[in-house]
Ligand binder design. Structure first.
Ligand code: SF4
Length: 462
């Protein structure tokens, strides 16, 4: 299937990408917008873009994803899409009646240069309703950038510092993670007795229960009042620099809410960092329930370490998730030797820092000399693997082609996962999420050991 991938790596001068390891900005913006209660994401562009974005999200979450489109035709493409957007806003409020519409752009509307803020100002918006926007040109960045941009727009449009003293509450920006992860982060914050506002929060929206009745706007999502009140919090915890730090910095600039930027809490250390940040901010004790979970995780890691020790791993996906997974597999004694994201990797000193430098430092601590690349593609990853084979591949569904071609055990983590279900309900963050990851990784390795074992080596107890 990937027979054309050559072992010999030649520098590509065309700038072309073969099998991308990312998808387009509006998908992230659409997902973030779904994390506001009563919000209808709106794609300002042609129907094809919107259909693709909705389809991708629907396939990952296995829940119908609601979004509208400006439905560009040739005329709008030439003369601009102002009329389409204004008509769309009027019709959407008449027909679907959301609390607010969150507009994001597409490649076409960005190329035309439609002035979205001014178009929104002159649109017919019913009393008490709201329209927000963000720019998501998909020829730069990735879906993670789109998520980050829409989350920053939530701050721009809503957050206000309205109290003279900051409130005893923390904002938690969870990053581009599944609703199961958001629920787990909220559970940890509740156990730490930390009053919090999470935004965006897609739990209860893209994982809503089957009730027998269609709900256009499910119960979940951050309310507009909470987004406004985020400006009064005494701290923002941004989880994952690439998806969350931009909004947190904007909140600091606009409302003087200081920021603690942490890694996505994947694995024991990153979860410890989240727990300790909450403990420090609210001077609370870590409850026994969390201590017990941590202890169980350490016990599991100790019991199973011999399955993992020295195994070589390739990891790809979104930068915040890849960073967390790299740290987790290293804590299990594995060797991440190929590490790649499709998202541009930032630069030292920038808001998001440098993916390459961070990973280099992380693996350098264990003396591992890894291939590391940002804005890379799966062709490169495959070539690396051909040159230095691995025992395990970790990444989103698109990795299955490499796993099949090279006959490597494969663990699906990240976005999108299109060929398995239930994953979006189950966390990979926190101590419990780490337990699940250990189970997934050891299951994949031991299944392979069983498959390849000769009859005389086929073990009952492993
Ligand atoms: S045209 Fe741009 S916004 Fe539309 S689907 Fe393609 S990359 Fe995404």
């Amino acid at each position: 299937m990937l027979d054309a991938t050559t072992k010999e790596i030649k520098e590509r001068t065309s700038g072309g990408v073969i099998n991308p390891a990312k998808t387009c900005q509006p998908i992230g913006a659409m997902y973030a917008a779904l994390g506001i209660h009563g919000c209808l994401p709106h794609s300002h562009g042609s129907q094809g873009c919107c259909s693709f974005h909705r389809m991708h999200l629907t396939r990952h979450f296995r829940d119908p994803i609601m979004a509208s489109t400006s439905s560009f035709t040739e005329g709008a493409s030439v003369f601009g899409g102002g009329a389409n957007l204004k008509t769309a806003i009027k019709t959407i409020f008449q027909v679907y009646n959301p609390d607010l519409i969150a507009v994001h752009t597409t490649c076409l509307t960005e190329t035309i240069g439609d002035d979205i803020p001014n178009l929104i100002k002159t649109a017919e918006i019913p009393e008490g309703k709201k329209v927000i926007h963000t720019n998501t040109p998909s020829y730069v960045g990735s879906h993670v950038t789109g998520f980050s941009n829409m989350t920053r727009s939530m701050v721009n449009y809503f957050s206000e510092a309205t109290t003279s003293l900051k409130k005893e509450q923390v904002n938690i920006i969870p990053g581009f993670v599944n609703p199961g992860d958001m629920r787990e982060i909220k559970r940890i914050a509740k156990l730490m007795k930390a009053p919090f506002i999470m935004f965006p929060d897609t739990s209860g929206v893209v994982d809503s229960p089957m009730t027998g009745e269609f709900q256009m706007f499910p119960k979940g999502g951050t309310t507009q009042a909470e987004l406004t009140d985020a400006g009064n919090s005494k701290l923002t915890i941004a989880l994952g620099r690439f998806a969350s730090s931009d909004a947190a910095e904007q909140l600091d600039k606009k409302c003087k809410v200081p920021t603690a930027t942490l890694k996505t809490p994947i694995g024991i250390k990153a979860t410890d960092d989240l727990v300790m940040a909450l403990r420090q901010a609210f001077v609370t004790e870590v409850p026994y329930e969390l201590e017990e979970e941590r202890g169980q995780l350490v016990d599991i890691m100790t019991d199973t370490h011999f399955h993992f020790h020295g195994k070589k791993v390739a990891i790809f996906g979104d930068p915040d998730i890849v960073t967390g997974m790299t740290e987790l597999v290293m804590s299990l004694g594995m060797k991440p030797v190929h590490i790649l994201t499709g998202t541009p990797g930032g630069a030292p000193g920038s808001t998001v820092g440098s993916f390459g430098e961070d990973i280099k430092e992380l693996v350098g601590m264990a003396g591992i000399d890894a291939n590391i690349k940002a804005a890379g593609d799966l062709f490169t990853l495959h070539q690396w693997i051909k040159n230095e084979p691995v025992d395990l591949l970790i990444g989103n569904t698109y990795g299955k082609f490499i796993a099949r071609a090279e006959d490597i055990p494969f663990v699906r983590v990240g976005f999108p996962v299109l060929d398995r279900s239930v994953h979006s309900y189950m966390p990979i963050v926190g101590y419990r999420g780490a337990m699940r990851l250990v189970e997934m990784i050891s299951g994949a390795l031991l299944d392979r050991q069983d498959r390849d074992a000769a009859d005389e080596d086929f073990e009952l107890v492993m």
